[in-house]
Design a protein around this ligand. Structure first.
Ligand code: SF4
Ligand code: SF4
Length: 67
């Protein structure tokens, strides 16, 4: 399984990446980053196929996928 890394400092909580995950593995957190914005996180009990759709869609380049 691939590993997802989301840079909290870069994420602006736009939620654009969420619907592009074919496994519904991303969601928005109540946790605020240093800019006072809610950030997206990876649901650890969900799979990641490493498709990189989320990373490609992110306008902030906040997501990295490691295989
Ligand atoms: S790489 Fe693909 S499967 Fe993994 S979290 Fe991103 S969109 Fe979902
Ligand atoms: S698309 Fe990028 S900036 Fe927007 S919520 Fe997802 S990770 Fe954060």
């Amino acid at each position: 399984m691939a590993r997802v890394s989301i840079d909290e400092g870069l994420c602006k909580g736009c939620e654009l990446c969420i619907p592009f995950c074919p496994h519904d593995s991303l969601t928005i957190s109540r946790h605020l980053n240093e800019h006072g914005l809610s950030t997206v996180y990876f649901k650890e009990d969900h799979p990641c196929s490493g498709c990189k759709y989320c990373a490609v869609m992110c306008p902030e380049a906040a997501i990295e996928i490691f295989k």
